[in-house]
Design a protein. Structure first.
Lengths: 112, 113
């Protein structure tokens, strides 16, 4: 049982480049989330999804886009990377708001 | 505004000591509270989930409590070991359309041999 899997684990981008982070869960969860974790700032919600085909903005959505075409996958896109997007990105999923949340191992992104 | 606070930011104890980590939240309309462990450079591992209707949850040497009226949760670690060294995060879950987890900034625990 893989749980929540994030791809890639590490990436270095040049300013202005684009990339997509993939989150896949095999637990049939409805809710999926993308967070970023920065020193001193804690975990902040970027975007979230409450089911297949739905997405919504979180606390810090600027510069990111998401898609949830399949229930098991939640994609986070950076169209034009900026150094301020250097961070560790975590994906999470859970069945309902009352159940346990599970996190992926993270993607460490550096934008130079 | 829903906020979660963890104090202290860092804690160092000798091996074998029992310890308590604190978590406070501003909104008592909490659905549940979840404790996580994060090792350096790693993801978040779920330790315990306490529903709003519960007072305590136990797993091995860990015991978590929840007091909605005072807006507090504690994570008790018995007989600490060097392997318990990590950052511990608490997160409150609330209703609404997004069902977001509101995180504290964590307590970095160091258990000295």
């Amino acid at each position: 049982n893989a749980g929540v899997t994030q791809t890639p684990k590490f990436r270095v981008l040049k300013t202005g480049q684009s990339m997509t982070l993939l989150c896949a869960q095999d637990m049939n969860h409805e809710y999926m989330y993308w967070y970023r974790q920065d020193p001193g700032m804690g975990l902040r919600l970027i975007h979230y999804s409450v089911g297949e085909g739905t997405t919504a903005k979180g606390e810090v959505p600027d510069g990111y886009n998401v898609s949830r075409l399949k229930k098991q996958n939640f994609l986070l896109g950076l169209e034009s990377a900026a150094p301020s997007q250097t961070s560790v990105y975590f994906c999470a999923s859970r069945s309902t708001v009352r159940t346990e949340a599970f996190f992926g191992q993270g993607t460490r992104l550096t934008v130079v | 505004k829903q906020e979660v606070t963890q104090i202290p930011a860092a804690l160092s104890v000798p091996e074998g000591e029992n310890l308590v980590l604190n978590c406070s939240f501003t909104d008592s309309a909490i659905y549940n509270l979840q404790w996580f462990r994060q090792d350096p450079g790693k993801g978040l591992t779920s330790l315990l989930l306490i529903q709003s209707s519960q007072r305590e949850q136990t797993s091995g040497r860990l015991n978590a409590s929840l007091d909605k009226s005072s807006g507090r949760s504690t994570l008790y670690i018995a007989a600490s070991q060097p392997g318990d060294s990590a950052t511990y995060l608490c997160a409150g879950s609330y209703g609404g359309s997004q069902g977001n987890l509101i995180f504290g900034k964590g307590t970095k625990l160091s258990v000295k041999p």
